[in-house]
Design a protein around this ligand. Structure first.
Ligand code: SF4
Ligand code: SF4
Length: 191
């Protein structure tokens, strides 16, 4: 809380508050309990990223959503720092899924800003082409055979394409711009 107060004092420009923002976020699966957060800080204390970053704090993300400071979050590259390790979810005494809230914010950001990390675009393109996130090199497939492992199941790429089209993600994927890294210290795009 002290951090937010300090930021508010430093940030002299008034920020636009969107009172409906939290309800938009709550529509996403896993983000329904955002209003239950009572700012205990357990999630931040246990977060693997918060340990190394001065600005990435899951507790603060939850508070910013509650306050409706939409512009601070949507399109903010620091959202992509979350490793989705779910430690915050496991430890939250209120059952708030901060990890799912961050995922919801990422989805909303991509929808609003048409921008995503380069590696996510690569992964999504791989899924579209092969049904797999990771393109397995031929040498590894041969090694699987040599080790007596069964062949990988065949994916139905046609169904994947239909799914991408039906959700509108195909268009997003084609048009989205990318950035390579997020600076852990500053939270800005890096490359
Ligand atoms: S642990 Fe849960 S209740 Fe505590 S600050 Fe984090 S999200 Fe809020
Ligand atoms: S899921 Fe994300 S926010 Fe939660 S503890 Fe892991 S890195 Fe931190």
């Amino acid at each position: 809380m002290a951090e937010l107060q300090q930021e508010a004092q430093e940030n002299v420009k008034p920020e636009k508050i969107d009172p409906k923002f939290k309800y938009e976020v709550m529509k996403h699966p896993g983000a329904e309990k955002i209003q239950m957060c009572f700012q205990c800080g357990t999630c931040t204390a246990d977060c693997a990223i918060a340990r190394f970053s001065d600005f990435y704090k899951p507790r603060k993300i939850a508070r910013i959503v509650q306050l409706g400071l939409k512009n601070r979050l949507l399109g903010n590259p620091m959202l992509w720092l979350c490793t989705t390790c779910f430690t915050c979810v496991d430890h939250c005494p209120q059952g708030v899924e901060v990890s799912s809230i961050v995922r919801a914010l990422r989805n909303m950001s991509v929808g609003n800003m048409n921008e995503m990390p380069f590696i996510y675009k690569v992964f999504a393109s791989n899924v579209l082409k092969t049904g797999y996130v990771y393109l397995m090199p031929e040498s590894r497939l041969k090694r699987r055979g040599a080790e007596g492992l069964p062949p990988l199941p065949k994916s139905n790429v046609e169904h994947v394409t239909k799914l991408f089209e039906a959700t509108g993600f195909l268009e997003t994927l084609e048009n989205a711009s990318t950035f390579k890294n997020v600076n852990l210290k500053t939270g800005d795009q890096d490359g």
